[in-house]
Design a protein around this ligand. Structure first.
Ligand SMILES: *[C@@H]1O[C@H](CO)[C@@H](O)[C@H](O)[C@H]1NC(C)=O
Ligand SMILES: *[C@@H]1O[C@H](CO)[C@@H](O)[C@H](O)[C@H]1NC(C)=O
Ligand SMILES: *[C@@H]1O[C@H](CO)[C@@H](O)[C@H](O)[C@H]1NC(C)=O
Ligand SMILES: *[C@@H]1O[C@H](CO)[C@@H](O)[C@H](O)[C@H]1NC(C)=O
Ligand SMILES: *[C@@H]1O[C@H](CO)[C@@H](O)[C@H](O)[C@H]1NC(C)=O
Length: 543
């Protein structure tokens, strides 16, 4: 039953109107808001490049540093093959993000970064209020490195959510939506990997992985001085999605939307000082760009029917949906997604009137038809999404990604700041769901799905190819393994997150999405999961 709620993603695409006529000019404010995140993108690029390769931008893309000083104390981490593989993908994605931002705004040189063991150890000591002996070393092993990585992309994600409503120009909003999609995905991949190991006790501190994430999130809330906008992997039930679960693989507010942060809040956190005018932490000399500098200058230095019947608005119950046979971790994670989607429905309906649930077909047969089409042959026995965790995750691969690309496509067109805030919050969590599903599949990419003699990776490739074919808008979808030319910066064939040539999330129009979810390749010909067509003015305008 839980899968039902994934399918509501699509409804989110209804256009939201805003009374204020908006400017189409890119303003100076846009430029400042786009330049500010360079501070975080530099830090992530260096931390991930060094962690995976033992060297950074000075070697792989010296032009992008614009002559800024080399980072202090960054080094290669001692990582297991899967972690290293994924971190290397993130590293190249960050290089793409730096290029993408600098293509749009002039930017500034790499600020002085402190990525030494000592800088990380200080954060951990502060988070726990004790001095760890030996000091926490982010580079010592995969656990430590993932915990250290938990520190960063999430802050970037909240910053993009915060900036989006303020951006005037469609081109700026397109860039930010693409960045937000992939940053949120990185955060979700890291959280997904940590979540699977939440109960592991980190040597020699006798503290679980979950407790580390809790303490780090508490510290960030304290430093940010803007209430609770950060949550660990396990939370009190009332803070979980819809107040129903304690697992918290993705962070979200009471509507399961991503939290937003202002540049001031972000500076307080990354400086570790709780004061945007007092540099320190990873930025010993402060961050760069007009926004960050303005603070330095001032101090003279540089299953719906049952759980929420109201939300269905009386629409018909879905066909053929059933409980899946899942292992514990998969069920736990999927249940969180289910409640997050309930929150999203509430959030959207608070902002717009919305419409009743359309007729959905979630039967085994509907999924089997998609798989047969993807592979161009009839599977015997037919593919059953509910049979086990592998099948269910492969079926789940079908959905959040399409919603994500839809939000990226809608963002540049939204006129009203409140609409953009909503879409950024939705985008952050949808992208996270897609990333968690992809991570779980990625860790099992070479598993052969019984009885089809086809690997998990091949399933994802065929599904992505089918979506590209149905969408009729070129390549906007990629499986878990790609030709190296299509990997991040053309350097890797692992593809835990999909992205364009600058590692930005792809965008799709409502027409493209309808062609895909109808399975017909034609936005006027309903079918697939929507036997009677989708609802809402946009979808209805086609039939
Ligand atoms: C956009 O900028 C142009 C040129 O500076 C100006 O003529 C036009 O009025 C501006 N449009 C809006 C909507 O601000
Ligand atoms: C780096 O900049 C130099 C000088 O502007 C240019 O000639 C070179 O092609 C650039 N290299 C890359 C990899 O962009
Ligand atoms: C932040 O630091 C500046 C400079 O030291 C100081 O003037 C200001 O009072 C501090 N703000 C807070 C809220 O502590
Ligand atoms: C459902 O709607 C009814 C009538 O509008 C309202 O009284 C009730 O509180 C709602 N229930 C929930 C759970 O929102
Ligand atoms: C499974 O697929 C592989 C590669 O496509 C092939 O070599 C092998 O013979 C197949 N095995 C079975 C049992 O069909």
């Amino acid at each position: 039953m839980v899968i039902v709620v994934f399918f509501f993603n699509f409804h989110h695409l209804q256009v939201m109107s805003c009374p204020d006529p908006a400017t189409t000019n890119c303003t100076d404010q846009d430029r400042k808001l786009l330049e500010f995140p360079l501070n975080l993108e530099y830090l992530e690029a260096e931390f991930f490049l060094f962690g995976a390769l033992g060297f950074g931008l000075d070697k792989v893309a010296p032009n992008l540093t614009m002559g800024g000083p080399s980072p202090i104390g960054a080094q290669k981490a001692n990582l297991d093959p899967l972690t290293r593989d994924i971190i290397l993908q993130f590293a190249w994605q960050e290089v793409g993000h730096l290029r993408a931002i600098k293509k749009t705004v002039k930017g500034f040189a790499r600020p002085q970064l402190d990525l030494s063991k000592k800088a990380f150890a200080k954060v951990m000591d502060k988070a726990f209020g004790v001095k760890f002996v030996p000091p926490f070393n982010p580079y010592a092993n995969s656990y430590n490195y993932l915990i250290a990585s938990y520190l960063v992309p999430y802050v970037g994600l909240t910053g993009y959510v915060g900036a989006n409503p303020k951006l005037q120009c469609p081109a700026s909003r397109k860039l930010v939506a693409g960045l937000l999609g992939v940053e949120s995905g990185q955060d979700a991949v890291i959280r997904g990997m940590l979540y699977a190991r939440a109960a592991h006790i980190v040597y020699p501190y006798g503290v679980t992985v979950a407790a580390f994430t809790d303490k780090i999130s508490d510290l960030r809330n304290k430093l940010g001085k803007a209430g609770v906008k950060d949550e660990g992997l396990v939370v009190p039930k009332f803070m979980g999605a819809e107040g129903q679960v304690i697992g918290n693989v993705l962070v979200g507010n009471e509507f399961s939307l991503s939290f937003d942060r202002t540049p001031e809040e972000i500076l307080r956190i990354v400086y570790g000082s709780g004061n945007e005018s007092v540099p320190g932490g990873f930025y010993p000399k402060g961050a760069d760009g007009e926004i960050a500098k303005s603070y330095l200058v001032t101090v003279g230095r540089v299953g719906l029917d049952k759980v929420a019947p109201n939300l269905t608005m009386g629409g018909p119950s879905p066909l053929g949906a059933q409980k899946a046979k899942l292992d514990r971790l998969t069920r736990d994670v999927v249940l969180q997604f289910a409640w997050q989607e309930v929150g999203h429905l509430r959030a959207i309906k608070k902002r717009v009137k919305g419409f009743a649930r359309p007729q959905l077909d979630l039967s085994k047969k509907a999924f089997a038809e998609v798989m047969d089409k993807a592979f161009g042959k009839k599977f015997v026995p037919p593919f059953n999404p509910y049979a086990n965790s592998y099948n269910y995750l492969i079926a789940s691969y079908l959905v959040p990604y399409v919603g994500l690309t839809g939000y990226v496509g809608a963002n540049p067109k939204l006129q009203c700041p409140a609409s953009r805030k909503l879409v950024a919050g939705l985008l952050g969590v949808e992208s996270g769901q897609d990333a968690v599903i992809r991570t779980m599949l990625y860790a099992r990419a070479s598993h052969i799905v019984h009885p089809y003699n086809v690997t998990v990776a091949a399933f994802t490739n065929k599904i992505s190819e089918l979506r590209n074919k149905l969408g009729k808008a070129g390549l906007k979808d990629e499986g878990l393994l790609v030709p190296i030319a299509k990997g991040a910066e053309g350097k890797v064939l692992g593809n835990v997150l999909a992205g364009d040539e600058s590692s930005l999330s792809f965008d799709r129009t409502p027409e493209e999405i309808l062609r895909i979810v109808y399975g017909s390749g034609n936005e006027r010909v309903p079918g697939g999961f929507y036997p009677k067509g989708a609802n809402g003015e946009i979808a209805k305008s086609y039939y």
